[in-house]
Design a protein around this ligand. Structure first.
Ligand SMILES: *[C@@H]1O[C@H](CO)[C@@H](O)[C@H](O)[C@H]1NC(C)=O
Ligand SMILES: *[C@@H]1O[C@H](CO)[C@@H](O)[C@H](O)[C@H]1NC(C)=O
Length: 331
């Protein structure tokens, strides 16, 4: 009996042994090598090389040849396809509604990214409070402490977390070790939250009370640019914004205005609306901490993510459904 076929759209960087021995034991693994989107459509069509695939492993690096998984691409996927198993917690590069309409399940890698992303968020919280970008520049330029102003401690400051899922919770645990007080806002109270984390049902209240606000929510049509002029206006004078979620949830023009006016004293950013481009006004702001989307850029976490996707695919082959379905399939 022939094994079901799985198409790897993207590059496996770490979990080569697991690909060969785990997934390879139960599936025939094909590697995407269509030159571009049109070639991919041909390969997916009847009689094409990918016309009988059961599941797709998707990494966003496949976008460089075939583009993101928008409605048009999804319309061309073969009838045999049951699931798109995405390597990444954020899946805004996949049109889930279009997939759902075709009866194709979409899964992602929520838990695997939690620790590494929370580490980056905690770094941004500390580095923006302590103003370590300026300090590091001084050190490298031989200026020692000249011109550096006293910065701020995390201890006793209020950290407001918007979006209390796995990453938000991992950040809260870290911040508590620095004696920060945790407030969080979510659609609902998180049943796994620690009793010391205070839930506030109103985002405006969180913004009024927080010294540092961390965004830990997904990008979707409801959250796109949901953080703008009104929200910055509700924040404390001199507050700090940390974003490790998606650049698209923030209205960047309003963020820049809030930084220019001094309403915000700093921002710690790992994500931007037009990646890999960073607005030159932000680049020029020495009070801001900027990273090039480093959230999950570690060997250990990327391997965990690859292995988690293989697990989802194996579930598709065994049960017809992946593990770690995106929330649109669960509601
Ligand atoms: C397609 O794959 C399924 C298993 O997923 C297999 O049963 C079927 O024979 C395959 N069909 C062709 C035409 O290869
Ligand atoms: C996914 O790839 C597209 C196209 O290369 C790019 O525009 C987008 O920023 C990427 N998204 C993420 C989250 O890496």
């Amino acid at each position: 009996m022939s094994k079901p076929q799985v198409l790897i759209c993207g590059t496996i960087v770490h979990a080569h042994d697991e690909l060969k021995n785990d997934l390879g034991a139960v599936a025939e693994v094909l590697q995407l090598d269509s030159a571009d989107r049109q070639a991919f459509y041909k390969d997916c069509a009847e009689g094409g090389r990918y016309s009988n695939i059961t599941a797709i492993y998707r990494h966003n690096d496949s976008a460089s040849s075939i583009g993101v998984f928008d409605a048009d691409l999804i319309a061309h996927l073969p009838a045999s396809l049951k699931s798109i198993c995405h390597n990444g917690a954020g899946y805004d590069q996949i049109d889930v509604a279009a997939a759902k309409q075709r009866g194709i399940h979409v899964s992602h890698t929520p838990s695997a990214v939690d620790d590494a992303t929370a580490d980056v968020a905690m770094f941004l919280v500390l580095s923006s409070l302590r103003q370590f970008y300026r300090a590091e520049r001084n050190a490298r330029e031989g200026k020692w402490k000249s011109g550096l102003k006293p910065a701020h401690d995390p201890e006793t400051k209020v950290l407001g977390i918007i979006g209390m899922g796995g990453i938000g919770s991992a950040l809260a645990r870290r911040a508590e070790a620095f004696d920060m007080k945790i407030l969080y806002h979510n659609r609902n109270r998180n049943p796994n939250a620690q009793p010391s984390w205070e839930y506030v049902s109103s985002q405006a209240e969180l913004l009024r009370r927080a010294d540092v606000v961390s965004l830990n929510l997904p990008l979707n049509p409801q959250t796109e640019k949901s953080f703008g002029r009104e929200q910055f206006g509700q924040m404390k004078d001199g507050a700090i914004l940390v974003n490790t979620a998606r650049g698209g949830v923030v209205d960047e023009e309003e963020l820049i205005k809030a930084l220019e006016s001094g309403k915000l004293s700093s921002a710690g950013l790992d994500v931007y609306p037009a990646e890999p481009k960073i607005d030159s006004r932000l680049v020029a702001m020495e009070q801001c901490i900027l990273l090039p989307h480093m959230g999950t850029e570690t060997c250990e976490t990327q391997k965990k993510m690859e292995v988690q996707v293989f697990g989802s695919i194996k579930a598709v082959l065994e049960t017809g459904k992946p593990t770690f379905l995106v929330k649109e399939h669960r509601e």
